[in-house]
Design a protein around this ligand. Structure first.
Ligand SMILES: [Zn+2]
Length: 108
């Protein structure tokens, strides 16, 4: 069951989900030649897209989540209610100020 209607919609929410983590611990996409296990117990076959997040500064410990679980995790955390949606949007904007604002400042 796909949670999001489009890839674009999912990626938009994923960026907001990432704004909850400190920058060095953000989620990244990964594709591996090896099989991995999703943190929720699913098999991630080799060559399949999955998501990973480092758990230490050295990046030696990682948590991996399969695509289906990531969609659910992001949806439940970010898009399941108005408050979490707005809060994550605000955190995202603080980290990535809108391009327009930068241009306005430069042109002044
Ligand atoms: Zn999973």
């Amino acid at each position: 069951m796909a949670v999001y209607h489009s890839e674009k919609e999912f990626l938009r929410s994923l960026k907001r989900f990432n704004a909850l983590s400190s920058q060095q611990y953000e989620w990244h996409t990964g594709v591996s030649e090896k099989e991995h296990e999703c943190a929720f117990g699913h098999r991630i076959p080799a060559e399949n897209l999955y998501f990973k997040k480092p758990l230490d500064m050295e990046g030696e410990r990682k948590v991996r989540v399969c695509r289906e679980c990531m969609e659910k995790l992001v949806f439940i955390t970010i898009d399941s209610d108005r408050h979490s949606k707005q809060l994550s949007e605000r955190l995202f904007r603080e980290r990535h100020p809108a391009q327009k604002k930068i241009l306005k400042t430069v042109m002044r």
